[in-house]
Design a protein around this ligand. Structure first.
Ligand code: BJW
Length: 248
């Protein structure tokens, strides 16, 4: 851990800044949930364009649902890790704290976070293709693949955002607002590759926020970050949280 950077970040946090956090798949990696890109990433085993696009779903809903059912089963067996838990605590300690996540796994909520903007939807929700209604669905494994709407019998899809689809407008607007007003923004466990999510830290930086990146690897955002903590999200967040509590 980089001691000087850690101390400076703790000093900033003690000033109780307007704090926003953007997370990606890397924060759930320590819970045992595969990330998308990288060595054991989901895209190594499956081609993104075959599974995470509306065209793929139209072509083969059963295949796409099998992939989601497999991921839902992995997630259902896993627990939030110390990284999720620290962020849930920070929500209670920092007034105006906003958590923006690209993750669909629901682990932030399970860790106790409440003020969450889920940019890419939630894997535990389904949407009727005909009626557009959204429902929770925690059945794992699914008994019928592809699942159908209990009221009209039409095909259900996962309530997530695929490539080429617009992000939910109200959520995206809130995420831009939270980024513009942030004084400090943590960007944790994202390759910063997928837009518009990747533009949020740039909006925050442009508006004057200090940016802290937590990631074991270099990302396109690294060049614009004020502080870079190279390491695993859970370990780094625990270290910051412990330092924050010392002599406070
Ligand atoms: C650790 C760690 C540990 C490992 N601790 N860290 C502008 C420029 C260029 C392209 C575009 C643009 N605007 C839009 C586009 C197109 C496209 C896009 O961005 N393409 C890129 C590939 C270039 N964007 C879209 O299509 C978006 N839609 C859109 O813009 O619509 C416009 C529109 C408007 C009006 C009408 C119609 C359209 C939609 C994007 C949807 C993304 N969907 C997915 C799937 C969600 C559902 C599902 O889960 O199945 O979202 S793709 C996938 O990538 C998923 C993720 O949320 C997202 C980001 O991935 P993330 O979280 O960063 O994960 P990884 O795996 O990439 O990175 C993990 C990181 O963790 C790594 O850095 C590791 O080092 C690190 N790590 N262990 C900390 N222990």
């Amino acid at each position: 851990m980089q001691d000087k950077e850690l101390k400076e970040i703790v000093t900033l946090l003690r000033q109780k800044p307007q704090l926003s956090v953007l997370t990606g798949a890397g924060i759930s990696a320590e819970s045992g949930i595969p990330t998308f890109r990288g060595q054991n990433g989901l895209w190594k085993q499956f081609r993104a364009e075959e599974l995470a696009t509306p065209e793929a779903f139209e072509r083969n809903p059963k295949l796409v649902w099998e992939w989601y059912d497999w991921r839902r089963r992995i997630i259902a067996e896993r627990e939030p890790n110390p990284g999720h838990l620290v962020l849930a605590r920070w929500e209670r300690e920092f007034p105006g704290f906003i958590l923006i996540t690209q993750n669909v796994d629901g682990l932030h909520r399970r860790a106790g976070s409440k003020s969450i903007l889920e940019l890419h939807g939630n894997i535990w929700q389904v949407r009727c293709l005909k009626e557009g209604t959204v429902r929770d669905n925690f059945e794992s494994p699914l008994t019928t693949i592809p699942p159908v709407c209990p009221t009209c019998g039409s095909l259900l899809r996962p309530n997530v955002v695929w490539f080429g689809e617009a992000l939910p407008r109200d959520i995206l607007e809130k995420a831009y607002a939270a980024s513009s007003k942030a004084e400090l923004m943590f960007v944790i466990g994202t390759s910063a590759y997928v837009y518009p999510a990747a533009s949020l830290p740039l909006v925050a930086a442009e508006a004057g926020a200090k940016i802290v990146e937590i990631n074991p690897d270099y990302t396109p955002l690294s060049a614009s970050a004020d502080y870079i903590l190279r390491g695993k999200a859970g370990e780094v967040l625990m270290a910051i949280d412990e330092a924050l509590k010392e002599n406070s």
